[in-house]
Design a protein. Structure first.
Lengths: 113, 113
């Protein structure tokens, strides 16, 4: 069966510091991968999606970036965090060709102080 | 046109009662409508989904009702239990374009024992 991992689970970072969140998927090949952000008490906002290694599409302009160095690895980064970057970051995957059926990881709670 | 509206924002139901959450969309190109259940601090989990070619889909105590002409769909939780207390998100997607996965703002359900 497929499993999606995210780490770290929680992170507290000062403003201006860099960020690296990692997501990996097991049990499937060539998945579509997604990064979402969820503000407190709000819905989910799609940040990035990827249909293959090195292929990244951005949905929202911001100081975040994403990379996919391996087939089942998706990384969310920032060079300098802002207070507004605080939130719950979720990685999701879908079977290639079935992008409408997405499965989410456990999430990373990021607090920027 | 990409927005999915969801109501109510919060819902309190007695144990054994019926919980009803409603969603509406504008874009008639959407052809897949999932519901996600999210517990605090966890990632959303796919609960049940429907396509517009059927008017109802039932899985256990969870039922989706779909009204294509009104562009509305709803989640019914029968015999609601305290363990159902969570935030529920409706979503809409186009089968071939996972990046157009749009979430409603969520409904926080509390089931009282």
């Amino acid at each position: 069966s497929q499993t999606i991992h995210q780490w770290p689970a929680t992170l507290v970072q000062p403003v201006g510091s860099p960020l690296s969140l990692e997501c990996t998927v097991e049990g499937t090949s060539n998945p579509n991968l997604y990064w979402y952000r969820q503000a407190a008490g709000r819905g989910l906002q799609l940040l990035f999606y990827s249909v293959g290694i090195g292929q990244i599409s951005s949905e929202v302009p911001q100081n975040l970036s994403a990379s996919r160095p391996q087939d089942r690895q998706f990384i969310l980064s920032s060079k300098k965090l802002l207070l507004s970057d605080s939130g719950f970051y979720l990685c999701a995957w879908s079977v290639y060709g079935r992008s409408y059926e997405q499965y989410f990881g456990p999430g990373t709670r990021l607090t920027v102080t | 046109q990409q927005q999915v509206k969801q109501s109510p924002q919060s819902l309190i139901v007695q144990k054994g009662g019926i919980s009803i959450i409603n969603c509406a969309y504008e874009n008639t190109a959407f052809d897949y409508f999932p519901w996600y259940q999210q517990f605090p601090g966890k990632g959303p989990a796919l609960l049940i989904a429907i396509r517009p070619d059927v008017s109802e889909k039932k899985e256990g105590r969870f039922t989706i009702s779909f009204n294509k002409s009104a562009k509305q769909f709803s989640l019914h939780i029968m015999d609601s239990q305290p363990g159902d207390s969570a935030t529920y998100f409706c979503a809409a997607s186009m089968s071939n374009y996972g990046q157009n996965f749009v979430f409603g703002p969520g409904t926080r359900l509390s089931v009282l024992p």
